[in-house]
Design a protein around this ligand. Structure first.
Ligand SMILES: [Zn+2]
Length: 145
């Protein structure tokens, strides 16, 4: 009997979001936005249905997260007085306990995706790539099972 061949699948999602880095001095301190993309990549062996994981199930995990972020402004929760002002104006905010860099965002996404994948013992690796711009990406790789 031959060993099952590891197979890699990927699915991509996009959203629009504002952010700023309050400590930055070279441009990113200004409120601005990006057309973000996330590529979720899973490596594993095929289940009884011939899939590593159902693409629709990836969407069921990712879409609620993307819906919360889309057309929001992600700010460090301590970024005052900007946070207070945007709340007073009824703006859609995503407040986080970290500076909203793409590196931190990738780790935040990874943390939300790992748990729902744990029951699937055929999946050995999760990779998350965030595209902040057309030419700037961050990739995190996490071993499962
Ligand atoms: Zn930016």
């Amino acid at each position: 009997m031959t060993e099952p061949i590891p197979t890699t699948i990927s699915k991509e999602y996009r959203w629009e979001m504002g952010h700023r880095l309050s400590y930055h001095t070279d441009g990113c301190q200004n409120l601005h936005g990006h057309s973000y993309r996330i590529c979720v990549t899973l490596t594993g062996t095929l289940n009884q249905g011939g899939m590593v994981f159902d693409f629709g199930d990836i969407t069921r995990i990712i879409k609620p997260i993307i819906d919360d972020l889309d057309h929001s402004t992600m700010l460090h929760e301590n970024d005052q007085p900007l946070v207070d002002f945007l709340i007073s104006q009824g703006m859609k905010l995503s407040l986080v306990p970290f500076h909203p860099t793409t590196e931190e965002l990738a780790a935040w996404f990874l943390g939300k995706i790992v748990d729902p994948l744990k029951p699937y013992s055929n999946i050995s690796e999760l990779q998350v790539t965030i595209f902040e711009t057309a030419t700037s990406t961050v990739t995190l790789t996490h071993k499962l099972s």
